[in-house]
Ligand binder design. Structure first.
Ligand code: APR
Ligand code: MG
Length: 280
């Protein structure tokens, strides 16, 4: 059916589910996230995702990236620590992921045989895993014991399902639910009115965001925000829904003041402090 209606994740839901930062907490309470992102030619993707993660409640962030990307990230995000292409070791099966609460991978990563071996290794881990951009390949997640979250835009979704973008566009809720069920993964089908389909059939539509987001880099920011939210929420579904909602709300805060033509992706996370405050 072309008019599959969906529940909307509202401002009220966000207010009910955002985590409280306990007075007695320390950085360990809020979790360490691992971000695998960025490359020589796309260092900015790691920076954008890193900013998203560190503005989203996380305790500590480790960025596994190309050594050449580190001096690009560090001046803007001195709070993160680094692994220098440690995911090559991950590919060899020797990585120690024990210190992490959640992982996000893919922004600014060129898909190669090597990266695929690394992602396969991450898939065997018992940690919540966000896969985006260069990590979005056809594979199965049904052996995983922790949540898997895939964040395709329309083109990536079409590629994953061997359909045309037009076909998917005409019935996004239907296809998102179908893929979530098939892969046993959560599908965040991005775009105007992003769809979130969980593998158990529960699905939602996000009401926030606008065309200011239609610009390179904003998806990388979302991937980082998902990682941060997974680290600080107890309920992983709420983490996913709130990340998508607040990402869009930052863009809405931008267009309340400025033209939608002018947003830069790295400015999104500058809005997050005031936007988040409105919902707690
Ligand atoms: N209204 C609301 N939200 C929108 C709109 C719109 N009209 N257009 C885009 N968005 C939001 C999406 O929902 C998503 O959160 O902006 C974000 C865009 O994410 P991506 O499409 O992944 O864009 P981008 O950040 O440029 O991706 C960077 O990764 O996916 C690859 O090939 C892609 O090279 C690109 C890179
Ligand atoms: Mg993207």
């Amino acid at each position: 059916p072309a008019t599959d209606s969906l529940a909307v994740w509202t401002e009220h839901d966000v207010k009910e589910t955002l985590p409280v930062r306990a007075a007695s907490s320390h950085k360990g309470s809020h979790g360490t996230g691992l971000l695998i992102a960025g490359s020589r030619d796309m260092p900015g993707a790691a920076l954008l995702a890193g900013l998203g993660a560190m503005r989203s409640g996380i305790g500590k962030l480790v960025i596994d990236t190309d050594p050449e990307a580190i001096p690009v990230i560090c001046p803007t995000l001195p709070e993160a620590t680094y692994r220098r292409r440690d995911w090559d070791k991950t590919a060899a099966g020797s990585a120690d992921l024990g210190q992490y609460r959640a992982i996000a991978a893919g922004p600014g990563i060129e898909p190669t045989q090597e990266s695929e071996r690394a992602f396969q290794q991450l898939i065997t881990s018992p940690l919540p895993l966000v896969l985006d951009a260069g990590a979005l390949l056809k594979r199965s997640y049904n052996k995983r014991t922790a949540p898997t979250i895939l964040t395709p835009h329309l083109g990536e979704f079409a590629r994953l399902t061997d359909r045309t973008a037009t076909d998917v566009q005409e019935n996004r809720p239907h296809y998102a639910r179908m893929l979530a069920g098939e892969l046993e993964a959560t599908i965040v089908l991005k775009g105007h009115e992003t769809i979130i389909a969980f593998p158990d059939g529960e699905s939602w539509q996000n009401p926030t965001g606008n065309s200011a987001l239609a610009k390179g880099g904003t998806g990388d920011t979302l991937t980082g925000m998902l990682l941060g939210m997974l680290c600080c929420h107890d309920n992983w579904k709420h983490a996913v829904l709130n990340a998508v909602f607040l990402h869009g709300a930052c863009a809405d805060a931008w267009t309340a003041e400025y033209s939608a033509h002018t947003l830069l992706a790295h400015e999104l996370t500058n809005r997050l402090p005031e936007v988040w405050r409105r919902f707690e």
